[in-house]
Design a protein around this ligand. Structure first.
Ligand SMILES: Nc1nc2c(ncn2[C@@H]2O[C@H](COP(=O)(O)OP(=O)(O)OP(=O)(O)O)[C@@H](O)[C@H]2O)c(=O)[nH]1
Ligand SMILES: [Mg+2]
Length: 247
């Protein structure tokens, strides 16, 4: 099974890759790890495949690039190794129960650079875990934003996406988050009374949600405390064993 961890900077991709891998290993699975982040300095897991063997952001910055330019340049240079990485990941998949793939710190690098979608189209039915943390959910329309962002990731990468709220160890009103992440009817009816332009836009978008969204669960986890890891494991099984039904 191939699981790709994608999310905004600092959402917990690398921590989850390492901790979920540890959890799966204690469950008796063979797990392999892939690091696709050219910018990361240290990892809590030992990658079996690591793009930093080809190029790092630090090396490019020494040539005079700024941090953002160096990130883009690193993926431009990785393009010539695309086939190598695709083949190596496929090989790891054959030999392991799970291959966990950690993606670039900046999510847009993976979503917008050709390297991201090209590597995804070469993988065999990967499951994308879209990670976001509670800090992004401050206003009602933020809930709409994350649910639609998951759909846009699916559109861009062509893979099944499961939205995952990470860092739940930092919140004490999880039910409040669940209410608006899961019950789109409740969210839509609240948005109807939001007089702001964003509220109106979110309301109109949310009305279309049942038509455009793939049926999928939202998961709630803590990469640090391992809460919710059983749910993530069962969604991965559902994805592979029941042909993409993630409900
Ligand atoms: N409280 C809490 N902190 C977490 C959790 N998961 C990750 N963190 C912390 O969030 C910070 C970022 O975690 P990373 O795993 O590096 O996140 P990332 O998405 O890989 O970050 P970049 O690759 O740098 O964009 C670190 O300080 C982690 O310890 C969690 O479940 N709970
Ligand atoms: Mg990371």
């Amino acid at each position: 099974m191939l699981i790709v961890f994608l999310g905004t900077a600092g959402s917990g991709k690398s921590t989850l890759t390492g901790e979920f891998g540890k959890y799966l290993e204690t469950e008796g699975y063979n797990v392999a790890y892939v690091n696709l982040d050219t910018g990361v300095r240290s990892l809590i897991y030992m990658p079996d495949i690591d793009v930093r063997e080809s190029i790092t952001v630090d090396e490019i910055m020494k040539e005079g690039y700024g941090p953002n330019g160096a990130i883009v340049e690193s993926y431009d240079r990785l393009m010539e190794h695309l086939e190598h990485y695709s083949t190596s990941i496929a090989e790891l998949e054959r030999k392991n129960d799970y291959v966990l793939i950690d993606t670039p710190g900046q999510m847009e690098t993976f979503l917008f650079h050709e390297f991201g979608w090209r590597i995804m189209e070469n993988l065999d039915a990967p499951l994308v875990v879209y990670l976001f943390d509670p800090g992004i959910l401050r206003r009602l329309y933020d809930f709409c934003f994350v649910r639609f962002f998951a759909i846009l990731i699916e559109l861009r990468l062509g893979s099944a996406v499961v939205p995952v709220l990470n860092k739940i160890d930092t919140v004490d009103n999880l039910d409040g988050y669940r209410r608006y992440l899961e019950d789109m009817g409740s969210l839509t009816s609240r948005l109807k009374f939001d007089p702001s332009m964003q509220g109106y836009l979110a309301y109109k978008l949310c009305l279309t949600f049942p038509e455009v969204a793939s049926p999928t669960r939202v998961l709630y986890i803590s990469a640090k405390s391992h809460r919710g890891f059983e749910d993530l494991e069962s969604v991965a099984h559902e994805h592979y064993c029941t042909c993409g039904d993630l409900t």
